[in-house]
Design a protein around this ligand. Sequence first.
Ligand SMILES: O=C(O)CCC(=O)C(=O)O
Ligand SMILES: [Fe+2]
Length: 374
Amino acid sequence: MVMKKREEEAEKSRHTEGVRSLCESGIKYVPTKYILPAAERAQGDSNVPKKTNSWKLKVATIDINQLLEPSSRHRVLESLSKACEQYGFFRVVNHGIPSETLLRLMASARRFFELPSSVRAKYMSNDIRSPVRYGTSFNQLQDGVFYWRDFLKLNCHPMPAVLPFWPSSPPELREEAQSYAKQSKVLFLLLMEAILEILGLGSDTLQEFKEGTHMVIINCFPPCPEPELTLGMPPHSDYGFLTILLQDTNVKGLQVQCGDDWVTVDPIPDSLFVNVGDHLEIFSNGRYKSVLHRVFVNSTKSRNSIASLHSLPFDSIVRPHPELVKGVEKLYEDTDFASFLNYMTTNETKQKRFLESRKVAKPSSTATFSIEYE
Ligand SMILES: O=C(O)CCC(=O)C(=O)O
Ligand SMILES: [Fe+2]
């Protein structure tokens, strides 16, 4: 009976239009296309790792004011180094982006997904280099099972050439997204300057980052009638150097992998969550590990998140920095964006599959967590 209903829902679903449309059609069951094998589902909002009973993951907090203050810089660099090495993620506070900018961008993102689906569909594209791309699931061309997520990807480089391609509706979206993109880039450069300093490298690469690729991904995870059967995003790592993530402050969804556990990252107003991406893992020759993360959904509340992915210029070679492979084994092959995009169109990019394919030797690809809990 339930099975039959599911098939009826699937008929109705036209899943390629995305989950927001599915949700608006009032479905009561998750169409088969979205049902994950039991082993791949989330266990709900668990902030409590299996191995412990009541502790919460302690996320390192990097205070940008203190990073910029000469008297405290050294101490902050030490925490940043430890966070990137042991966890692959940290939180930033006092980042200089006003809360109004964050709130206005979130509100505008919400309004975009409230537009009629015919308006959103104008930006649908399978061209992964397009300045704007609306879509659904994770890697739509490759996903066997679909994920409960719609997205709007805004290519932010070169600004302002990309701007006219961004959605003109809601009317404030371009300005809000542009303003946030600029400020997120400044924050990225501050963080990379600090990371280059920790790694003992000169600032040449910083110049390259100024002209680097930058993508803002606005995610929408609508309520899901059977959230335990699916996920908003599968376990994956991000491709760039750093991802700066703005989470909806009212709804949880993000989980990071810590050892064998999936731990929910509580959203904290005004803070941004930053994670190490594959390119930084390669560049640091494995000293820093990109972190696996995923998104769970719920049955009552829509959730938005905005991920800002930064890396080198599109034509750059991403390779372990020569200074970091002096006298030690080079662990990753040189790579570039074209290889990544090519890989994406022909392979599943879940887990850390692309990065695995770039490895010369095969060391463990996940951070060695000596987990600290609160
Ligand atoms: O929604 C989130 O919290 C995470 C989004 C994400 O991982 C991504 O866009 O790559
Ligand atoms: Fe991600």
